[in-house]
Unconditional design. Structure first.
Length: 367
């Protein structure tokens, strides 16, 4: 790596860390961070996109830098926008700032940008370098890229299991496998996504509320998959549907069985093809960026069989349950050969008190 790239990497990594601060608050927009370094190499301004509809990262960073930006360098994790949306074009702010160079981690594939911002800056005489820390920037915004390219949200599959891979005992007892800190982290994740999805079996067995407690930056819709339309008449989800959105996906013709849920305020979506791809397409049309699938095993298996899982959060507790009939986290058809199994590219392991959380993500280029 050249000395120039070595000196550039530190402010870009700072910009990536700043971008992460917008998680859950900016979607369906991307998370973006920006750092301004003056002509002498000193960091003089920084910012991130903090909320949907709010000022973009570049604008915040330039406000902090003021006149010290003139002749300096802007480091930004995504190409500056060049169109009027909820805010003016960021390219205007870049040109007005007086910076002479811009370092961009990656091109924004949004059709109204897609290289246009970089083109405007270069046409105005600025030096624009593209590609520093691009892999990290793509990973950060993989859900945004997937929504743009596939019209579907990023799917996070979550479960808690014992060391022997059980999510419940042979009689169905599952409270509590994971520890309190693991459960706190799941609530934090719920507060960052657009929807939390479960199947009818989970509604019947656990009667969950599926809200984030305490509340996070987003209020996730609670989604239920019941192709048959068979759900309990009363449940915490139905009882709170007017307070927090509830979406029930069912097969066309079975929606009559869900009249009580509709009367309670739930949105009943009848699909001619009540499959995982059809559900993801519906959620994508709503511009949902991240969806958390919490189970049970049938729903998780259906998403896996449909190649619909982008990320896994598996909480593993130091417990053994045993039992040939005790369920594992994933049902469905599955694969006949290990060689065909779903592979994940980015894997991290974190200790959560006595539990362990394994996070596995597919490469963002597949999004």
């Amino acid at each position: 790596m050249t000395p120039q790239l070595l000196s550039d990497e530190r402010p870009m990594r700072r910009a990536l860390a700043l971008a992460e601060l917008g998680r859950g608050a900016v979607e369906p927009n991307p998370m973006v961070g920006a750092v301004v370094v003056d002509a002498a190499g000193e960091l003089v301004g920084e910012g991130w996109h903090a909320r949907f509809g709010g000022p973009h990262a570049e604008v915040v960073a330039f406000a902090a830098a003021g006149e010290r930006a003139r002749g300096g360098t802007l480091f930004v994790t995504l190409e500056p926008c060049c169109h009027v949306g909820k805010t003016p074009p960021c390219t205007d702010s870049v040109l007005h700032s007086g910076v002479s160079r811009v370092v961009v981690a990656g091109v924004d594939p949004f059709p109204k940008v897609a290289g246009g911002g970089i083109g405007i800056l270069r046409a105005a005489g600025l030096t624009v370098d593209v590609g520093l820390c691009e892999a990290e920037a793509r990973s950060l915004n993989a859900p945004y890229f997937k929504l743009l390219s596939a019209g579907q949200p990023w799917v996070i599959a979550k479960w808690a299991m014992t060391l022997d891979g059980k999510i419940a005992t042979r009689v169905g007892d599952s409270k509590w496998i994971s520890n309190e800190e693991s459960r706190r982290r799941v609530h934090e994740l719920r507060g960052q996504v657009d929807a939390v999805l479960v199947g009818r079996g989970t509604v019947i067995a656990d009667d969950p509320l599926l809200t984030a407690r305490p509340a996070g930056p987003r209020v996730a819709a609670r989604a239920v998959l019941s192709a048959s339309g068979e759900l309990p008449v009363r449940s915490q989800l139905a009882d709170t549907a007017r307070d927090v959105p509830v979406i029930v996906f069912t097969r066309a013709g079975n929606e009559v069985r869900l009249k009580g849920w509709a009367d309670a305020g739930a949105e009943v979506v009848a699909l001619a093809d009540c499959t995982v791809p059809a559900i993801l397409s519906d959620l994508g049309r709503r511009r949902f960026t991240n969806v958390l699938v919490e189970g049970g095993a049938g729903v998780l298996g259906a998403f896996h069989d449909a190649d619909g899982i982008d990320e896994v959060r598996a909480y593993i507790a130091p417990k053994l349950v045993g039992g040939v009939t005790a369920p594992g986290p994933m049902a469905g058809q599955g694969f006949a050969r290990i060689a065909d199994s779903t592979r994940f590219d980015e894997v991290s392991v974190t200790a959560v008190g006595s539990d362990v959380c394994v996070t596995a993500r597919r490469r963002s280029a597949k999004a």
